[in-house]
Ligand binder design. Structure first.
Ligand SMILES: Nc1nc2c(ncn2[C@@H]2O[C@H](COP(=O)(O)OP(=O)(O)OP(=O)(O)O)[C@@H](O)[C@H]2O)c(=O)[nH]1
Ligand SMILES: [Mg+2]
Length: 381
């Protein structure tokens, strides 16, 4: 039988041991906070496999590049621009993409941020996928408002937009984001070795039982979308003027069978504000990095409309793709069910069944009055 004194000594011993274990700090991560950490510190499992949540070098996130069900893969990556505070939305989108597709195809992820990613962000995304993950910091000169912008004028224009209730009209970071997505993300060193990218944001409704990147590659596509709609006029008053100046100077960049008909109803005189919604994009990075689009972006950047107005990456990408690609290089991924508030594309008919989609096929933006899909269709009649 244990005497009261022995009992007290035993309890004290346990408390002291636990205190020792818990106060054992790990490089850059503070005190041990989980059973996993404690096990590792005392060599619980007898192996050196790091438990979840122990921060290590970036290459901790490099996982084997498992082959796809199709037996071949494109040179492609999923790419997401995000702030540390976006982590819940990011893992939500990732989990859906993993469940519906990438847990079979194992494409890597590239995350980009204008601030260093936090350890929590890295650990949370690493939990969701078994694919390779890379984290990149955006160079300041690719993000911040350039010195060439007249700040006094930009401030006045922002104030006007706020007074007119233009969404994100007062935000400089939003403008930085739009300019970065328009002209810089594809130049980030972490994307240098890839040809195709997929930007997924928010909700997926269906199983995707094929490789969209191989569709791009095999059919020589440069841009894929699911939703198209009209841009707010107030955000782009002079975007078409700047575009026309560029086209007049460089007609050689426009192939004869381009998609001008999608963006203009009068042969290029005016912009009808149709654009592909860029929160979903599957695209060819080399197309953006090519001479035509790069020169177009530089021309727009010099015009200053990313800051004096609020040019979005969606109209800029869409105009770029419509002008400099052939129309049949722009692909409508009709069988990928997708929602970004407040609109959704829900696959119809056989595609809905094949993808085991859970969205209501009646709730579909495709031919709503604010959609531009009919203009896309008309190009192929
Ligand atoms: N690193 C970083 N990412 C940003 C910043 N602003 C936006 N993003 C990311 O850029 C993407 C687009 O930004 P959103 O704020 O969703 O823009 P939006 O889709 O036009 O606006 P919502 O309709 O409100 O979703 C998202 O993936 C964001 O996480 C920023 O200041 N820094
Ligand atoms: Mg968004």
């Amino acid at each position: 039988m244990m005497t009261p004194l022995r009992y007290v000594v035993l309890v004290l011993g346990i408390i002291i041991s636990l205190h020792y274990i818990l106060s054992f700090t790990h490089e850059g991560y503070g005190q041990a906070t989980s059973i996993g950490n404690i096990k590792q510190k005392i060599g619980g499992s007898g192996t050196h496999v790091p438990p979840y949540k122990v921060p290590l070098a970036e290459d901790y996130y490099v996982k084997p590049n498992i082959t796809s069900p199709q037996g071949r893969k494109a040179n492609a990556t999923i790419v997401m621009l995000a702030r540390n505070g976006d982590i819940n939305g990011v893992t939500f989108s990732m989990k859906q993409l993993e469940n519906n597709w990438n847990n079979k195809y194992h494409y890597p992820y590239v995350f980009l941020n204008d601030q260093p990613f936090s350890q929590e962000f890295k650990d949370r995304v690493a939990t969701v996928t078994s694919s390779e993950i890379k984290f990149g910091l955006i160079p300041t000169e690719h993000w911040k408002q350039p010195d060439s912008i007249d700040e006094e004028k930009a401030t006045k224009e922002r104030e006007k937009m706020v007074a007119n209730n233009v969404i994100y009209g007062g935000s400089v970071p939003y403008r930085n984001m739009c300019r970065f997505n328009s002209g810089f993300f594809f130049r980030h060193p972490l994307l240098a070795d890839y040809k195709y990218y997929w930007r997924p944001d928010v909700k997926f409704f269906c199983d995707i039982d094929y490789d969209p990147f191989l569709v791009m590659e095999d059919q020589n596509k440069v841009y894929g979308f699911t939703v198209s709609l009209y841009e707010y006029e107030a955000t782009i008053p002079t975007l078409w003027k700047a575009t026309k100046e560029f086209i007049d100077k460089h007609p050689e960049y426009l192939p004869k069978d381009n998609a001008m008909q999608f963006i203009s109803d009068d042969g290029g005189n005016t912009y009808n504000r149709c654009h592909f919604w860029s929160n979903f994009e599957i695209g060819d990075l080399d197309f953006w990095r090519g001479e035509a689009y790069m020169k177009y972006f530089t021309h727009l950047d010099e015009a200053g409309g990313f800051y004096y107005e609020r040019w979005g990456d969606a109209p800029v990408h869409s105009i770029g793709a419509a002008l400099f690609a052939k129309k049949d290089q722009i692909h409508f991924f009709h069988d990928i069910g997708y929602r970004h508030e407040p609109f959704q594309h829900c696959p119809q008919g056989a595609a809905h069944k094949k993808g085991k989609c859970y969205c209501d096929p009646k709730q579909n933006f495709d031919y709503e009055w604010y959609s531009c899909l009919n203009r896309y269709d008309k190009m192929f009649f």
